[in-house]
Every structure is written in structure tokens, then in C-alpha cells.
Design a protein around this ligand. Structure first.
Ligand SMILES: Nc1ncnc2c1ncn2[C@@H]1O[C@H](COP(=O)(O)OP(=O)(O)O)[C@@H](O)[C@H]1O
Ligand SMILES: [Mg+2]
Length: 307
């Protein structure tokens, strides 16, 4: 079997004696060519995990492997495989956009990297700003520059730590498009975010962490189905005396039911005994990742409360 872009095995990280463990035994992997979403509220441990991948922090225990190689054993190799876009925007105000990308290329020993740099400048709509000093750039341009910087050496695994935090909606959508293009070219991507809509749109699989522990891991659609209910809204032509085990709300001729995701609508209507000819209109709300996330995170919080 080929080596996975990323494999994390029972990772633990404590920032010091007597401090709460920031990561409490987490395992997951990133498959080739996938966008994997690492989700969790602020303080959950997302950036800590990223920091162990980039050698910024050492795991307290457990293993972190990039393309089969443990980061602590061969940091030079693993660093060359990854590109990182950090959560905090780093300000190197006095250099120009192009200079920064040249320095970054030099850091990887790439002295003639003009073609790649220009390609990225065009892709990220920075080409006409390439002479500008970083301090002259808007917030959105700085973000794009950080992404270009992460990609100068053509990494095989891209780590994006909350790339769209505080970014306006237009730029956010451009970034999503760009991330999808990168994946189409075969790049594997680990994305941390607390925008659930973003994760639902981009990530085939997600891991949800809370207080340093995974509370869900798997296919995004399956997690949504598992942790949400289907909302069925019926508008009837006349009042109906509902005798249903499912929770429902009723206002005038509108009836709103919460039913299991896997219950087909026809079966449900049979079960509640509403004749089809009384149904004027139906709408179904399938539930989303935000709903599943809240359920999981609240549940986990309850488990944390000491009895
Ligand atoms: N350098 C550090 N020293 C001590 N504690 C830290 C450090 N970095 C993060 N933490 C703590 O570790 C926990 C996880 O933080 P972090 O990984 O930044 O979460 P997230 O990125 O999910 O918001 C938090 O409780 C945070 O306060
Ligand atoms: Mg973070």
C-alpha cells in the first residue's frame, strides 16, 4: 500500500506539566487527493495538531507521519512535502510580494522558480500587485500571498489553518474554488475551519474535535445523516388529527415533523396516516453539518462535566 499523505496515530500534546492536554489521543489520516476537514470550536486543538506536523511543536506522545515518514525522525523530508498556510497573518511589511515568493523559493533551494511564482501570482490574482510591499496589501491580498508562499515548492500536502477566518464572502468563494482546483491537480489538503458551511462544501471527510478529543470522524454526508433529523413540512388542505410518535409542530394547516433521516417520505406518510389527497404541499429540510456539529459538541461538553 502506498504511503498516506498524512497519518496521525494516537497523538497527545501537553504544553507543560500541570497544563490541560491540548490534544488527547487523536488518530486520523488524510487520503491521497482528498480535502479533509478538521473542525472544532476555538481552543479545540486544531492549530496544535498542525504545529506538530510542521515541527513547530513536538508531540508529547503518539506518531505523526507524512508520506510514511515520521516528522520527528526526518523533519527535512517531511517539511519539503508540505505547504502551510498559518492561521495568523505574518507581516513582513518591507518586502514586495515577488521578493517574498523568491525568498521562500530560496528557502527550499529553488533558485530558478520564476515560472512557478508567476503561475501562482496569476492564479491568486496577485500578478498586478507583485511590486507592492506587503504593508500596502489589503487583508485579502495578504491571505492570498500566504497561500502562494505555501505553494512555491509545489508541495504534495497542503495544510490550511483557518484560511478564511475574517475573510469576506467574495474572497472566501474564490479561495474555495482555488482549493478545489488544487485537489483536482492531485494535491491532498488538510483544512481546519470553524465555518461548517465551508467544510460541508469542500470536505469529503471530516474529523470533529472538542477539548482535544475526536467526537466524530468520517464521511461528511454520513455524519450529517447520523446526527441530524429530517424536517418534513406538510401543508394540508384541511385540519388533520395527527397521531404520530414523531415530534411535530402545527400552525393552521402547516405541520412540521422531525423524522429519522433514513425514513422515506412515503413510509412516513403511511405511518402517520395522512391521506395523500389532503397534502397540498411538501418541503423537506435535510439538516446540515452545522446542526450535526452543535449536537456533537454539546454532547461532548456534557460528558466533560464532572458528576
Ligand atoms: N503555545 C501554547 N502554550 C500553551 N498553551 C497553548 C499553546 N497553544 C495553544 N495552547 C492551548 O491549547 C489548546 C488548544 O489550542 P489551539 O490548538 O490553538 O486550538 P484551535 O486551533 O482549535 O483554536 C487551548 O486550550 C490553548 O489555550
Ligand atoms: Mg487555531
Amino acid at each position: 500500500m502506498a504511503n498516506l499523505p498524512l497519518e496521525i496515530i494516537n497523538l497527545r500534546k501537553s504544553y507543560g506539566p500541570g497544563m490541560v492536554e491540548a490534544v488527547k489521543g487523536i488518530s486520523f489520516d488524510v487520503q491521497p487527493g482528498e480535502i479533509f476537514g478538521l473542525l472544532g470550536p476555538n481552543g479545540a486543538g486544531k492549530t496544535t495538531i498542525i504545529s506538530t506536523l510542521t515541527t513547530l511543536e513536538k508531540p508529547t506522545s503518539g506518531q505523526v507521519k507524512i508520506f510514511g515518514v515520521e516528522v520527528v525522525k526526518d523533519p527535512m523530508f517531511t517539511k519539503r512535502q508540505i505547504g502551510v498556510v498559518h492561521q495568523e497573518v505574518i507581516n513582513s511589511g518591507f518586502f514586495s510580494v515577488e521578493e517574498i515568493l523568491n525568498f521562500q523559493s530560496g528557502y527550499y533551494g529553488l533558485r530558478r522558480n520564476r515560472e512557478r511564482i508567476h503561475f501562482l501570482l496569476h492564479k491568486l490574482a496577485l500578478f498586478e500587485h507583485k511590486e507592492k510591499k506587503v504593508k500596502q496589501l489589503s487583508g485579502g491580498m495578504k491571505r492570498r500571498l500566504m497561500i502562494a508562499k505555501a505553494l512555491v515548492h509545489n508541495p504534495k500536502l497542503l495544510l490550511l489553518d483557518e484560511p478564511t477566518a475574517g475573510v469576506d464572502i467574495g474572497l472566501r468563494e474564490d479561495l474555495w474554488k482555488f482549493v478545489l482546483e488544487l485537489r483536482a491537480e492531485g494535491m491532498s489538503i488538510l483544512l481546519t475551519t470553524h465555518y461548517l458551511e465551508e467544510a460541508q462544501e469542500l470536505c469529503g471527510r471530516v474529523g470533529i474535535i472538542n477539548y482535544g478529543s475526536l467526537v466524530a470522524l468520517g464521511n461528511t454526508q454520513q455524519i450529517i445523516r447520523q446526527y441530524t433529523q429530517k424536517k418534513v413540512c406538510l401543508t394540508l388542505t384541511q385540519p388533520f388529527d395527527v397521531k404520530s410518535g414523531y415530534s411535530f409542530k402545527n400552525k393552521d394547516l402547516d405541520y412540521e415533523f422531525l423524522i429519522p433521516q433514513n425514513l422515506p417520505l412515503g413510509e412516513f406518510l403511511d405511518e402517520v396516516g395522512i391521506p395523500l389527497q389532503l397534502v397540498r404541499d411538501v418541503s423537506i429540510d435535510e439538516g446540515d453539518l452545522a446542526e450535526a456539529f452543535l449536537k456533537l459538541v454539546n454532547k461532548a461538553e456534557l460528558q466533560e462535566v464532572p458528576s
